[in-house]
Design a protein around this ligand. Sequence first.
Ligand SMILES: [Cu+2]
Length: 173
Amino acid sequence: MPRYFMSFILLLATSAAGCSAPAATDLPTTSSAPSASGAAPATPVHDGRSIEITGNDTMKFSVTEIAAQPGEKLSVTLVNAGTTPKFSMGHNWVLLAATVDIQPFLVAAAEAVTTDYVPAAQKPQIIASTKLLGPKESDTVTFTAPTTPGRYEFLCTFPGHYQVGMRGVLIVG
Ligand SMILES: [Cu+2]
C-alpha cells in the first residue's frame, strides 16, 4: 500500500513536472498573446478628427458646439483640468442620440452611481462617451458622427452638471 502510494506520488510529481515544463515554455508565448490582444483596447486607434474639450470645477465645457459632416469620424478628448476629487466633481463627455428625452435620461444618469453615472439601460441612446474623469485625467473616444443631419446633445452626466451648463451640441449637416 505505501509502495503503491509512493509510486502514485512519483507519478504525480513526474506528470506535474512533465506538465509544468511545456507550460513554462508556453507561458511567454501564451501570455504575450493575450497581452498583445489586451493591449489593443488599452491603446485604441484615435484616427478621427481630433477635438479637445476641457472641463473644470466651474462645470462648463470649453467647447459647446462641434460641427461635423454626416458620418465623419471624430476623436473627442476630454481633459479634466479641475482639482476637486472625482467623487464630488467627476466629469465625462456623453453624446446622445437625437431621440433622447433629456429629463428622464438625467434622472436615470443620476441614479447610475455604480456605472459612473452612465445609465446601462440608456446605452443604446448613447452615441459615444468618455470615462468619468478625476482631476488631471483625460480620455479620448473615437466614433462616427450620425449620418442623419441634426443637433445631437452632449453633456457631462455627473449629477447636477448638465443643469449648471455642462453641455453642448454636435451639429451634423
Ligand atoms: Cu461634470
